[in-house]
Design a protein around this ligand. Sequence first.
Ligand code: GUN
Length: 304
Amino acid sequence: MAEAELIDGKAFAAGLRSKVADETAKLKAGHGITPTLAVVLVGSDPASQVYVKSKSKLAKKAGLNAIDKPMAETASEADVLAVVEELNNDPNVHGILVQLPVPKQINSNKILRTISPDKDVDGFHPVNVGLLTSGQMDQAFVPCTPLGCLLMLQDRLGDMSGARAVIIGRSNLVGRPLAALLLGENCTVTLTHSRTKNIAEECRRADILIAAVGVPEMVRGSWIKPGAVVIDVGINRVPGEGKGESEGAKPRLVGDVAFDEARLVASAITPVPGGVGPMTIACLLANTVRAACQLNGIAPPDWS
Ligand code: GUN
């Protein structure tokens, strides 16, 4: 079999960001509205700082406003709730995102429940989760990483009716919402997790295999059905080849899928980096433009 085609998330995300920029320009010119995203970062986790910076940078590049709300590592739950309430009540803010994880003195579910569902561009509020899982996804803000996966799959496969989709990882961020989205596409969905018996066997049945588990290169080539489409959501830093990081070897990013093996079996696969990752922020910007439209009684854009 020929090597799998690469699904170029970087290019796909650039295309979506360009549509977001066009819609933003229309909102500004036609309605005097600049879609505005507020990002709350509590503490100074280095990975979160990198994500938040790139969210703001790409938002501004697409013509949106981005408001950063940095808060101290020692901020109390009440402090964060107060900031969220202030953003809920600010008519110039359309999207609110509290970067996860938050420090341990703060109950993340309580924070997520406080964000107005109409500004919940992460799609983590129980109202949006409920709309998605009850099949009303057109009414919901859908979490950005699963939405990015769905858009790439729709582009690649078109009609997915009857396809067997196997997801590894049952997180609220990716696995669970993605299961609901693929059910909406009429896939037969299997959601596997750490207690699943013989996970490799489950995976071998998949026409669409999605790994979102955070274990470097867990999915081996032998787990993949020939011709399957593989979406690798994992972003894992591992020491560079040869020497350890302490001896100066540059760490590399790998996915949850052993890429070199998988590429020989799958029909298409997302690389890491450059696959799902860039789609997450592009979808966040798309959700923010949608929020700005809905909050102002304007029909939201169709991104397809
Ligand atoms: N941390 C890792 N991914 C995400 C995400 O999509 N949204 C938020 N708020 N935090 C995250």
